[in-house]
Write a protein that binds this ligand. Structure first.
Ligand SMILES: Nc1nc2c(c(=O)[nH]1)N[C@H]1C(S)=C(S)[C@@H](COP(=O)(O)OP(=O)(O)OC[C@H]3O[C@@H](n4cnc5c(=O)[nH]c(N)nc54)[C@H](O)[C@@H]3O)O[C@H]1N2
Ligand SMILES: Nc1nc2c(c(=O)[nH]1)N[C@H]1C(S)=C(S)[C@@H](COP(=O)(O)OP(=O)(O)OC[C@H]3O[C@@H](n4cnc5c(=O)[nH]c(N)nc54)[C@H](O)[C@@H]3O)O[C@H]1N2
Ligand code: SF4
Ligand SMILES: [Mo]
Length: 726
């Protein structure tokens, strides 16, 4: 007997008429999936598919990748530069020469009048590594402003800072293959199934072969929490307390790897003294996880032959973000879980090239993990670029989150935004709007003309999207992947690197420094600068990267391939070669729920959307799953307030208000609500964004609100539609 659809309505995969499939790398998240874009006989992109022999995704793609080819011709792509003299005027179309002349002239005028640092540049984690390197050369070597940073301050800054404090350098030490040998995995503030679906698929594959315990620390019952063996619904912002308590139990019960600590760590005594104060009973009252569970988890983790931790924004976006990272690193150091298969401290990165900017953009230093604070690093780069080392500042300038307040106070007069949309992504939107209105000059360089920041700009520079240009992205596991050009840039938009190169020519110093025109030639400069360093690219080339479907750094000259793990020899990047165990006293400084504002406001993402929706909002097949700003709310709390499922509610914080559609769900506790941050004029109208003292990253996930049913549902629906922007 035949089962299934053998005779009736068999499933047919539509023939999209692709005549050629072109290799590239996905441009959304940091997983780093290899993708092929199908091109039809008319040269149109008609399909996307995963690359079968790629080590990262082995043929799989998530929903965003599957429809990524539709971006090339999506609505409101920037086609031509736009100019205006005053923000109240309408834009007019302009040629590239006029737009770039104006940009350079305004930057020079403002720098002459107010000083070099009065011009700020804020970039991204979403352009190619060669573009980052070129932008760094332009910002540090030609324009010479020290107020140059990236949106990674909203994202990975705490991970960078925590890695530097613990290990002496940035650089995630582990890899996805660690899932195949770990005996226990603990995830902090990471919703892996939705935000990194293909990394999650790798984890699931490993679990199918061999069962090991999964512990998820998240105040919300995410999809990841649902499949975990142990879910720790932590009180927001208190992970450091849990981490101190885990270390307390491990040391008290003698479960640590003392030989590893003695050989490879400094600071053990101070660390031990501090964690002594965090017994599980005291800790449970702060972090909301009962004492027995803390003990069970500590024993499970410490007794596993190899144990690993992963984390994402639940840790980084907190006033204790950097401390949280240090705490996770310390947990792995005291249990001897760094640099061994299945034993690691792996920050799951965010944007497709958040790693590339950390490595090469010079945003917080100089290329190749070099520091402005080090004389030799300044001298080496100045010599390589052919400029006077005195042109460089001797310490890093402002972070993105300090640049905006400096605009308010008049210290910064001009802002150039590259592939970032702070109008939607920064906390406290009402304040950001006022801030941008104060600028004398603003440039937005984006792939989409309708990105909200354009409303406040004088110049719009239309950029080519990822697959319209060539270069590299580095993923979460330090794998350098190749983005091949699969399509010509849309309209008269240009690759970001072309824009940087053309701008450089408008300065005398820019004409003296070499700005190569091809990505491969820029890559050669990076290779040279990376010789002999931990961040070693010298054994790579674009062709070799494509052939191997990505290569993990370090890859030294002559090496066949890359290196899956860092610190396998237990030698770290601090001067003494040791990793630091750092005591972490906990200070409770968050805006917590009180009588007037009784709910925690948590925010994050959903699988079908990417950030501020400039891209996914335009793709019907992903937008349709979440077309509207909404909020997850617990049914019991809703009932008390007279709020029903699928009606509109108004949230009020000390900063502003927002209207959302209510989805009742047990995923959130009665004292918490969750709102995806993808919509303009929504959750970031409410957020406070207190800053981490080390990383200056905002605590997007911890503030308080009150909630009421929207008094006029029709009006609320209209506000809700308007908040979609597109
Ligand atoms: N589909 C999709 N994928 C993406 C992105 C996207 O926009 N869409 N963006 C990419 C980028 S740039 C990033 S940074 C990553 C982000 O990836 P994730 O960090 O995994 O995503 P988020 O939803 O921001 O937050 C994760 C979890 O942190 C939890 N959390 C909140 N407060 C706390 C806390 O105090 N402690 C702990 N332990 N957890 C807490 C939240 O409840 C949430 O479930 O995703 C990347 N991938
Ligand atoms: N409440 C709340 N707020 C958050 C977060 C949260 O969890 N909660 N998460 C934060 C995090 S982790 C992040 S990473 C930020 C993200 O915040 P943003 O970086 O501001 O958001 P994006 O929408 O990714 O903006 C990137 C822009 O780059 C454009 N673009 C894409 N490719 C290219 C290109 O090749 N060249 C150029 N020039 N432009 C391009 C896109 O069209 C888009 O406008 O948001 C932060 N904000
Ligand atoms: S998991 Fe990330 S890299 Fe892979 S297809 Fe999805 S968005 Fe792209
Ligand atoms: Mo991010």
């Amino acid at each position: 007997m035949l089962f299934g659809r053998h005779t009736k309505n068999p499933i047919k995969i539509a023939d999209k008429g692709a005549v050629e499939w072109k290799y590239t790398t996905c441009g959304y998240c940091s997983t780093g999936c290899s993708i092929e874009v199908g091109i039809n006989a008319e040269g149109k992109a008609v399909g996307s598919r995963g690359v079968g022999n790629a080590p990262v995704n082995q043929g799989k793609l998530c929903i965003k990748g599957i429809f990524e080819h539709e971006l090339f011709n999506s609505a409101n792509r920037g086609k031509t530069p736009l100019l205006r003299d005053r923000v109240i005027d309408s834009y007019r179309e302009a040629g590239w020469d006029e737009a770039l002349d104006k940009t350079a002239a305004e930057i020079k005028r403002i720098q002459e009048k107010y000083g070099r640092d009065s011009v700020a540049i804020v970039s991204t984690g979403q352009i190619l590594t060669e573009e980052f390197y070129t932008l760094g050369k332009l910002a540090r070597g030609v324009i010479g402003t020290n107020n140059y940073d990236g949106n990674t301050t909203l994202c990975m800054a705490s991970a960078v800072s925590g890695y530097k404090r613990s290990f002496g350098s940035d650089g995630p030490p582990g890899c996805y293959d660690d899932f195949d040998s770990t005996e226990c995995l603990m995830a902090f503030g990471s919703n892996l199934p939705e935000q990194h679906p293909i990394i999650f698929w790798r984890l699931k594959m490993a679990l199918e072969k061999r069962k090991f315990p999964i512990i998820v620390v998240d105040p919300r019952v995410t999809m990841f929490a649902q499949m975990a063996d142990i879910h720790l619904p932590i009180t927001p912002g208190t992970d450091v307390v849990l981490l101190n308590a885990l270390a307390h139990v491990i040391l008290k019960e003698g479960l640590q790897d003392q030989a590893y600590i003695d050989a490879h760590c400094s600071g053990f005594e101070e660390f031990k003294t501090l964690v002594e104060q965090y017994d599980p009973i005291t800790a449970s009252r702060i972090c909301g996880i009962d004492e027995d569970t803390i003990r069970v988890v500590a024993r499970l983790y410490a007794k596993a032959g190899a144990a690993m931790s992963i984390w994402t924004m639940g840790i980084n976006q907190s006033t204790h973000g950097s401390d949280g990272v240090v705490g996770i690193n310390s947990l792995n150091l005291i249990t001897g879980n760094i640099g061994k298969p299945g034993g690691t401290s792996l920050s799951i990165t965010g944007q497709c090239n958040a790693m590339g900017t950390r490595e090469w953009s010079s945003a917080s230093g100089l290329p190749g993990y070099r520091a402005l604070e080090k004389d030799k690093d300044r001298e080496d780069i100045a010599k390589f670029w052919g400029i006077d080392p005195e042109f460089f500042p001797k310490k890093r300038g402002m972070f993105m989150t300090d640049i905006f307040p400096a605009i308010e106070t008049g210290q910064i007069k001009a802002l150039w935004l590259i592939a970032t949309n702070p109008m939607t992504s920064m906390p406290n939107t009402p304040r950001i709007k006022k801030t941008l209105e104060k600028l004398e000059f603003m440039v937005v360089q984006d792939a989409y003309a309708d990105v909200e920041c354009t409303k406040y700009a004088h110049v719009f520079l239309p950029a080519a999207l990822w697959g319209e240009k060539e270069g590299c992205f580095t993923n979460t596991e330090r794998r350098v992947n190749l983005v091949r050009k699969v399509m010509e840039p849309h309209g008269n938009s240009k690759p970001d690197m072309w824009i940087f190169n053309e701008l450089a020519k408008r300065w005398e110093q820019g004409r003296k420094i070499r700005f190569p025109e091809t990505a491969a030639a820029v890559f050669d400069e990076m290779r040279e600068l990376s010789q002999g360093r931990m961040l070693n690219y010298s054994g790579m080339s674009h062709d070799k990267i494509e052939k191997q479907r990505g290569i993990q750094w370090p890859c030294a000259e002559g090496a066949e391939t890359g290196t899956p793990r860092l610190y396998t020899d237990g030698v770290f990047q601090h001067y003494d070669g040791k990793a630091k165990l750092i005591p972490l006293p906990f200070v409770d400084n968050n805006e917590r729920p009180d009588e007037e504002y009784p709910f925690w406001l948590n925010s994050g993402r959903v699988v079908e959307h990417f950030h501020t929706r400039t891209r996914t909002g335009k793709i019907g097949n992903v937008n349709k799953f979440s077309p509207t700003p909404y909020m997850e709310m617990n049914p019991d709390s809703a009932k008390k307030l007279g709020i029903e499922h699928m009606t509109y509610a108004r949230l009020i914080s000390r900063r502003g208000d927002a209207v959302v559609l209510v989805q009742l769900t047990q995923r959130v506790a009665p004292n918490m609500v969750f709102i995806p941050f993808h919509f303009h004029e929504c959750v970031n109208r409410l957020t406070l964004g207190l800053l981490d003292p080390h990383s200056r990253q905002p605590a997007f996930k911890q503030c308080s609100v009150k909630i009421e049913p929207a008094s006029n549902q029709q009006e609320a629906a209209a506000i809700n539609v308007a908040a979609r922007s597109f």
